[in-house]
Design a protein around this ligand. Structure first.
Ligand SMILES: Nc1nc2c(c(=O)[nH]1)N[C@@H](CN(C=O)c1ccc(C(=O)N[C@@H](CCC(=O)O)C(=O)O)cc1)CN2
Length: 288
């Protein structure tokens, strides 16, 4: 068996073209959505992701606001930029690119953001709203995973899902999204400390691999026909991405997301969705 592809590039392109129409409608009503990014330091991966986010903005008509600080920036200097974006009316939503350099209190920076401008859904208030089942911007990668599965007709309802990872951008919130009534999956959360990972993986209809451990998910641990989402990003000596999923898994799985070209582009597309939805809410509030 060769797995079918969960094509993140094509799915993200379709989402972006739908958003282009919605942004044009907002502009006709006098609202221009503006995405801000805060990038601290010179990590090449983070620089690439942020550049991609601004390319996407240009494609769909969202204005871009870029703030860059050196790796030596202090907590106070970063927080000053966050306060500035909170107060800037042209910035309707923004993100702080993670991870921040060592020594910076990431949680304090996230908490300082205006939750109404949190385009990533990572502010504690918005994560709390997700726990409480209240409307909130959703974390982009987990939401991208769900959209990718839905758009390809992969059944989530009743599925046994194993999430491997416990980081703030994916692992922590992925199970919260999957266990909502609208998704109705049963989720097992595993991580690098899980004693018998293979035992859990073998039962899974869907695996979301976000541990950052190259080729952690092996063909012999995957149930034939399962859907596999590779969210892991490690790099080899030449800088090429190595995912969490062994290439041989494609011979066993029913569906697989390529990496690159799978969940990454979906993360970016869902960010734009959050920005446009926030701007639509603001436009409606101003009109009423
Ligand atoms: N504030 C945030 N920080 C981080 C997040 C996040 O959602 N919010 N997630 C990741 C990185 N990330 C988004 O910022 C991200 C990762 C990957 C891609 C992407 O398009 N990847 C391409 C490959 C690009 C390459 O060659 O390196 C792909 O998969 O095709 C976009 C965004 C951590 N930080």
């Amino acid at each position: 068996m060769t797995a079918q592809i969960l094509d993140g590039k094509a799915t993200a392109a379709a989402i972006k073209s739908e958003l282009t129409v919605r942004v044009a409608a907002l502009k006709e009503r006098g609202f221009t959505p503006g995405l801000g990014t805060v990038l601290v330091g010179d990590d090449p991966g983070s620089q690439k992701y942020v550049a991609g986010k601004h390319r996407d903005c240009a494609q769909v008509g969202i204005a871009s606001i870029q703030r860059e600080l050196p790796a030596t920036a202090t907590q106070d200097e970063i927080e000053a930029v966050v306060r500035e974006l909170n107060d800037d009316p042209a910035c309707t939503g923004y993100i702080v690119q993670l991870p921040l350099p060592k020594g910076i209190d990431e949680n304090r920076v996230l908490e300082l953001m205006d939750p109404d401008k949190d385009a990533d859904g990572l502010h504690p208030m918005n994560l709390g709203r997700l726990v409480l089942n209240e409307p909130a911007p959703l974390p982009c990668t987990p939401n991208g995973v769900i959209t990718l599965l839905r758009k390809h007709g992969v059944e989530i309802n009743g599925a046994e899902v194993v999430v491997v990872g416990r980081g703030v951008t994916i692992g922590r919130s992925m199970p919260l999204l999957l266990t909502r009534r609208s998704e109705n999956a049963t989720v097992t959360q595993c991580h690098t400390g899980t004693r018998d990972l293979a035992y859990h993986l073998r039962k899974a209809d869907i695996i979301v691999a976000a541990a950052g451990v190259p080729h952690l998910i092996k063909p012999e641990d995957v149930k034939p026909g399962a859907a596999i989402l590779d969210v892991g990003v490690s790099r080899d000596e030449s800088g090429k991405i190595v995912g969490d999923v062994h290439p041989g898994v494609g011979e066993v799985a029913g569906w697989i997301s390529p990496n690159p070209g799978g969940v990454g582009p979906m993360t970016r597309a869902q960010l734009l969705v959050n920005v446009v939805e926030a701007a639509e809410r603001a436009a409606s509030a101003a009109a009423s």
